[in-house]
Design a binder for this molecule. Structure first.
Ligand code: DMJ
Length: 488
């Protein structure tokens, strides 16, 4: 057992869970160079349909202040038009619920809390906290999707607790964790059901996938740390173990799996949805808790991915979907959500691949201005033309910037931000796009909860020198929730 270093956490003193590996120590952000050249790599070689800016005219601090102003504008619109409802319709000023029709859970508020705290928007934070104190309850007779409830609500409460240390947030998180745990304990294999009724504990949805079976270890583990109750951590880890042990001889995992039998339901391996955050959380479980089993499983499966899935097309790196039993390529489409993988590779010792994969996605950003939901990587043609205000490209730019401090990633995030402002800013906030290939892009009327927890935070942290964030030692979840690194 390794003795915890200064700043390390210990999870319940259990063997194998003792040390905490953080991201590499890094210096504070340097001011931008206005004359910085555009980023090198495949992206700069492609003929752009748009002419993105690569560096701000002033200082990065000014960009960060702009992000803060935009957050305040969007938050005020949400308060005016949709307060307490899950998500705003920022064109019409309407709203819609995410988990249960006609039963608001304040999703946007819970997702936004840690972002508001990091931005020192303390008045807005207090508005959100007051709503949570008065209204949020999980005693709801309805079926909730376990994965989304975990990464958004449980994660949002835990990160808000990490930032504010308000006990009510932890009490709510513990109550929710208990209700979600049933999805694991009622399963004969330990692989969670997709849905659970938060009041009755009735479970449903045994046909599931990797992301929905393996995106719990950081929220459940942090809850275990905070409560001293290791059932949460153990349940999340068991689901990982059961799945890992069923890997194919190529060390690949088909993405569809049955919770009751543990049998795979298809043959396709992908690093994109619905597998993506399964791999992210294996590494994160190591990064946050120092669990060597998780690191080993991550390394074995990543070796399988790196051996069988990379393809180069026109000098650009992509990750094919392959048959997990033969390695044969079954699809050359790539979801925008897969762009997170560049950051994961970069932080887990595969920096060359991570950079190359980010370069590939940057070429798509250069081409469309805003990334479409899906592409055919042999042509970069959009196979799904909308954009759901996705954070993954900015997420991986932020992670790669933290790892390397290479300004190229901050400039790419800046382009991402500028293009979002240009295309998605509407009367009451920011909206999804229905089609990024039209000129101008066609707007929808919806702002997803994750936008508050992810993009806004990544922009603020990468452009600003945030006083409340520890740039040398931190952890952000798949939903951008901060479980380590708040400077109170
Ligand atoms: C977010 O809810 C999370 O990042 C999740 O892991 C998958 N992607 C969405 C946003 O695109």
């Amino acid at each position: 057992m390794t003795m915890p270093r200064r700043g390390m956490l210990t999870l319940l003193g259990a063997a194998g869970l003792t040390t905490l590996a953080g991201r590499a120590a890094v210096a504070e952000p340097a001011p931008p160079s206005p004359s910085a050249p555009p980023p090198a790599g495949p992206g700069s070689a492609a003929a752009p349909l748009t002419q993105p800016e690569f560096a701000p005219p002033g200082s990065w601090r000014e960009v960060a202040e702009d992000v803060r102003r935009e957050t305040r504008f969007a938050w005020q619109s949400y308060v005016d038009k949709a307060f307490g409802h899950d998500q705003i319709r920022p064109v019409s000023g309407g709203f819609e619920e995410f988990f249960v029709a006609d039963h608001p859970m304040g999703l946007t508020i819970v997702e936004a809390l840690d972002t508001l705290w990091l931005m020192e928007l303390d008045h807005e934070l207090e508005q959100g906290l007051a709503w949570v104190r008065r209204n949020l309850s999980f005693d709801v007779d309805a079926s909730f999707q376990v994965f989304e409830t975990n990464i958004r609500l449980l994660g949002g409460l835990l990160s808000a607790y990490h930032c504010t240390r308000e006990r009510r947030l932890l009490a709510l998180a513990a109550d929710l964790g208990e209700r979600l745990l049933v999805a694991f304990t009622k399963s004969p294999t330990g692989i969670p059901y997709r849905f659970v009724n938060l009041r009755t504990g009735a479970v449903s949805g045994p046909e599931t996938n990797l992301a929905e079976t393996g995106t719990y270890i950081t929220e459940f583990g942090y809850l275990s740390q905070l409560t001293g109750d290791r059932r949460f951590y153990d349940a999340a880890k068991r689901a990982f173990r059961v799945t890992f042990e069923r890997r194919t001889s190529l060390d690949l995992l088909p993405y569809a799996i049955h919770a009751e039998t543990g049998e795979f339901l298809n043959r396709t391996a992908t690093i994109g949805p619905p597998a993506d955050s399964f791999y992210e959380y294996l590494f994160d479980g190591w990064a946050l808790f120092g669990d060597r089993d998780l690191k080993r499983w991550y390394d074995v499966l990543t070796a399988g991915v790196v051996a069988h899935q990379p393809e180069t097309n026109a000098g650009r790196l992509w990750f094919a979907q392959v048959d997990a039993y033969t390695g044969e390529v079954v699809s050359r489409t790539q979801s925008e959500l897969a762009s997170f993988y560049a950051g994961l590779l970069g932080q887990s010792g595969h920096l060359r691949l991570g950079r190359a994969y980010h370069d590939s996605w940057n070429a798509v950003q250069d081409r469309y201005g805003v990334l479409p939901e899906g592409i055919d990587y042999t042509t970069l043609a959009a196979t799904s033309t909308g954009n759901q205000l996705r954070p993954e490209f900015a997420d991986s730019a932020f992670t790669l910037w933290l790892v390397t401090r290479d300004e190229v990633f901050r400039r790419r995030a800046f382009t991402h931000y500028q293009q979002m402002k240009r295309t998605s800013r509407v009367r009451f906030g920011y909206t999804i796009l229905d089609d990024v290939t039209t000129n101008p892009p066609t707007r929808g009327d919806f702002c997803p909860g994750y936008w508050w927890s992810e993009q806004l935070k990544y922009y603020w942290l990468i452009f600003g020198n945030a006083r409340r964030f520890n740039y040398a030692d931190n952890y952000l979840s798949t939903e951008g929730n901060i479980f380590r690194g708040a400077r109170r």
